[in-house]
Design a protein around this ligand. Sequence first.
Ligand code: PSV
Ligand code: MN
Length: 427
Amino acid sequence: MRIDADLIDQHNQTRLAAQQSDFQALGEQLERNGTDINSLVNRAAQFGVAIPSWGVGTGGTRFARFPGLGEPRHVFDKLDDCGVIHQLTQAAPTVSLHIPWDDEDPTALKEQASSLQLGFDAMNSNTFQDQTGQPHSYKFGSLSHTEQATREQAIEHNIRCIEIGKTLESKALTVWVGDGSNFPGQVNMGKQFDRYLQAMHQVYSALPDDWQLFTEHKIYEPAFYSTVVQDWGSSYLIATELGPKASCLVDLGHHAPNVNIEMIVSRLARFGKLGGFHFNDSKYGDDDLDSASIDPFRLFLVFNELVDIELQQGEKFRPAYMLDQSHNVTDPIESLMNSAIEVQRAFIQASLVDREALAEYQESNDALMASQIIKQAFRTNVDSILQRARMQAGGAIDPIAAFRESNYRNLVAKERPEVSGAGGGIV
Ligand code: PSV
Ligand code: MN
């Protein structure tokens, strides 16, 4: 199910004059600094962020989940929703699947995705929940469990995710585990980490040559005293121990409040171990709020580092960009479209930083002017660049307005039955 191309066209026609006028004004402004606006449109057009399949369903907290209208019933509906997100934004060409949540015939998944012009980004394994009929419980851990049989079950699951991913032409596996402990003394932290590493070596050895393995760290939750892959230091150690195909995934919400994430990004990239991102925003913890909804400047600063690294390392620097959010009070499609655009915006704004001037101010220790250079780029309204990139690729000038005009949510709700609101619903 796609949005009618004529509807998008009409939508764009009514906004075209304003779009052109804004674009021209920004073009003139950028020209004064020697920046060609069209090169930025091309850059925006090349940008893509993956949609998490679990993000298109309404999320919740451990207290409750309030379902939305026309929620996807299964992964095929989720792909339809992702197709709409990409169609309107032209900035979300891939989907990141979670197994077993999305465990369906991979050939059928591939076919449907292709028909929606979608590809697949990293596969995600799930050893943080027990599945019905599963012989060994993950209550006390998975890849780091004290019992070998449980570790083997978790290893097998990860290898299966790779197998499914091969058919989908995914090229990466993201491993996030909830393993840890809730009481001081509950586990031997050294032995637990050793067991985790041993298990990960086995997963790593099943990885095809052209695949990457991302290790995702998280400060706490579900384990509240200690977590096996708690911080970027542990993640770096793991990726280094495993080998060149392993690198670290930075989920923006997985740090203590006020941690300087852009510095972590810089460090990991400097040593070739920055694999990818889960973008989201937060106020207090792993809130999984929409990207840039709380602190757009922080997102921009992350991209400021990324653009800087790209200039140093060139083409070979291509971290995987993925969203990882929970939409509890909004329409997930609208939130995800908005978030994809916010991440794209940060990328383009960061591309506007006058790097030569910045380097000079940094060398001469002119802190005030260095910060002004950064702020100048951050304050630039690049909407018309993003709009132009979308429009040229068949997307909508204003994706959320076009989505509402299309009545997509009500139309799919006719086929997708209402779901009960009972129970918690962390995604
Ligand atoms: C864990 O909080 C996480 O960030 C991991 O990426 C999981 O795969 C995802 O959320 C879904 O629960
Ligand atoms: Mn994540």
